[in-house]
Design a protein around this ligand. Structure first.
Ligand SMILES: Cc1ncc(C[n+]2csc(CCOP(=O)(O)OP(=O)(O)O)c2C)c(N)n1
Ligand SMILES: [Mg+2]
Length: 552
């Protein structure tokens, strides 16, 4: 039954921009990441008016604003917003918006428009772009144009609801520059409840029976399991089922639990399992690389019903948020559950065996251990498309949900620094550390200025090998050492970071890194950049790109 939501206040005279901003505040948002310009002047007037309740964090490039909103959304699990001018402003933010879509992150883009009377006429207004709405609609599932102040609050609330409905993800609102400033009688819209799909209890029972009678059950978590840590942990213990989290599923089950696995051990376990419970994951690697056969039954839990059958028809499909579904499953399971011997000792041994085989990654392991030793349990680690990042996906222990942010299937190089800034801004209570290569860091290094301006104490560990090292290695190993476009002329990173006012350190060993991190985490007034000069790093790909283990 759809509940009618009451208007929180009676109508009052407001501009469209004020209505939108007041609605964001009414939904619990406390920040807009933004970069101004003439089309959004009247939006910024509203942001000024409400600045006691909603902070405007301005960046130096629109990609920075959008990545910061993404980082804030990933670190908190709550919706976040950014605002940019149309045309180039929107396009500058688009790689981050694309990424928010691929990561199912609730990011709201507020995008300006040319004067309403001329939209679509192709006159060539400042920042005009053909069919902006059409381009936006390719990037996000929900988009709307604010046409009148009277509609602005409801349209904003609908966008925020859409971001939490079904498969979560970004939404976008456009508003013409003259409409932002138009006044009218506005009734502020309270949050609209997101419809929850009814949980299929018959499917819960079938899933419980399958899992309960399984000999070697296994759980696989993706980003959609991040808010179901307690339930996954309880299910894992009840079933003695190992839990595989790679990248976006890391931290759902604490890495210190011997049943918590990542790759490559997860692949061995996939090869042995008879029933897999897949929670909020596309199972892309498993189904396209590791293989599937009739001996393995899959139970899927996904907020998006389209996801269940994309690659394979599961034995049981459950649609909705993971948490309530797993709670039902936990209640149903004991009446079906077989007794299984505890697997802790076996799992410890298997972890140790793989750990030995991965010793060739010693340089990466050393630095990752140093970071883990200094980063508190609830500190946040932001992964990047760099060799240390790839190794972290396999080897960095993660203790809690939402403390390991990994860039999803888009794998945008250069997301890390700005996204981590957003995470640190939204979670000032915990330290955030970003790792980065010299290549990726320079994508958003300009945002050191943002960290200084807004006193964001992000700690960045920058691994400088003077190259797009990952690309260089591929050229060396696969393309006869024909090196092209992979060497980098770098600034003196310490002088560069210092010139903004950042704290800096240059370290050469894991021990030195630990000391530098200790100092950096104690400095809560602004950013620190720690440079680690490194040589070529050993190849990690054999532990990530592994071929089939089932299905012939
Ligand atoms: C947006 C984007 N452009 C290009 C790539 C391809 N790419 C993947 S890794 C990489 C090199 C990264 O260099 P660096 O950040 O220095 O890390 P390193 O490999 O040296 O450790 C490139 C260019 C990408 N993943 N994303
Ligand atoms: Mg590099």
């Amino acid at each position: 039954m759809q509940r009618k939501t009451k208007a929180v206040e009676t109508a009052q005279q407001m501009t469209a921009a004020e209505a939108a901003v007041a609605t964001l505040i009414g939904h619990g948002l406390d920040t807009v990441y933004a970069l101004p310009g003439v089309q959004n002047d009247l939006l910024f007037e509203a942001l000024f008016k409400f600045s006691d309740l909603l902070r405007t964090v301005h960046t130096r490039h629109e990609q920075g604003a959008a990545y910061m909103a993404l980082g804030a959304a990933l670190a908190t699990g709550r919706p976040q917003a950014y605002a940019v001018v149309p045309g180039p402003g929107f396009l500058n933010s688009s790689a981050a918006l694309l990424m928010a879509y691929s990561m199912c992150a609730p990011v709201l883009a507020l995008i300006g428009q040319i004067p309403s009377a001329d939209m679509g006429k192709g006159l060539g207004h400042l920042h005009e772009i053909r069919d902006q709405a059409g381009i936006i609609a390719r990037l996000v599932d929900h988009t709307a144009l604010i046409r009148k102040p009277e509609q602005a609050s409801r349209i904003t609330a609908q966008a925020l609801r859409a971001m939490q409905t079904g498969r979560p993800g970004p939404a976008a609102l456009e508003c013409a520059m003259d409409i932002w400033g138009k006044s009218g009688p506005v009734t502020l819209q309270a949050p609209l409840p997101a419809p929850q799909p009814k949980i299929d209890m018959e499917a819960i029972r079938r899933a419980a029976k399958r899992l309960g009678t399984a000999k070697r059950p296994m759980i696989i978590c993706g980003g959609g399991a991040q808010d179901a840590g307690a339930e996954v942990t309880a299910l894992s213990a009840m079933l003695q089922a190992p839990v595989l989290g790679y990248r976006r599923g890391r931290g759902v089950l604490d890495s210190r639990d011997p049943l918590s696995v990542t790759m490559p051990l997860g692949r061995d376990l996939w090869g042995e399992a008879d029933v897999v419970l897949a929670v909020g994951t596309r199972l892309f690697i498993q189904l396209t690389q590791w293989g599937i056969d009739r001996e393995l039954a899959i139970i899927r839990v996904d907020a998006d019903p389209m996801e269940h059958n994309r690659l394979h028809r599961p034995a049981v499909a459950l649609t909705g948020d993971a948490k309530p579904i797993l709670q039902r499953l936990l209640a149903e399971l004991p009446s079906h559950n077989a007794k299984r011997p505890p697997r802790a000792a076996e799992m410890r041994e298997r972890h140790a065996t793989w750990r030995k085989r991965m010793e060739k990654l010693a340089p990466q392991i050393g630095f990752l251990e140093a970071i883990r030793a200094e980063l508190p349990e609830d500190g946040i680690f932001v992964d990047e498309v760099t060799q240390i990042g790839f190794a972290s996906r396999l080897l960095f222990p993660v203790y809690k949900p939402r403390t390991y942010l990994s860039p999803g299937y888009q794998d945008n190089l250069g997301w890390g620094f700005a996204t981590a800034l957003g995470a640190q801004h939204a979670r000032p209570d915990v330290p955030v550390v970003a790792v980065s290569g010299d290549g990726g860091f320079m994508f958003t290094a300009n945002e050191i200025a943002t960290a200084i301006r807004h006193r964001i104490p992000l700690v960045t560990v920058l691994f400088n090998d003077g190259a797009f090292g990952n690309v260089r290695r591929i050229q060396q190993e696969r393309y006869g050492n024909r090196l092209i476009g992979s060497d980098l002329a770098n600034p003196d990173f310490m002088a560069f970071a210092k010139s903004f006012g950042a704290e800096t350190a240059r370290v050469r060993s894991p021990d030195e890194l630990r000391q530098a991190l200790r100092r950096a985490f104690a400095h809560r007034d602004g950013p620190t950049v720690i440079e680690v000069p490194v040589g070529a790093m050993p190849n990690h790909w054999e532990f990530i790109l592994m071929d089939h283990i089932r299905g012939g």
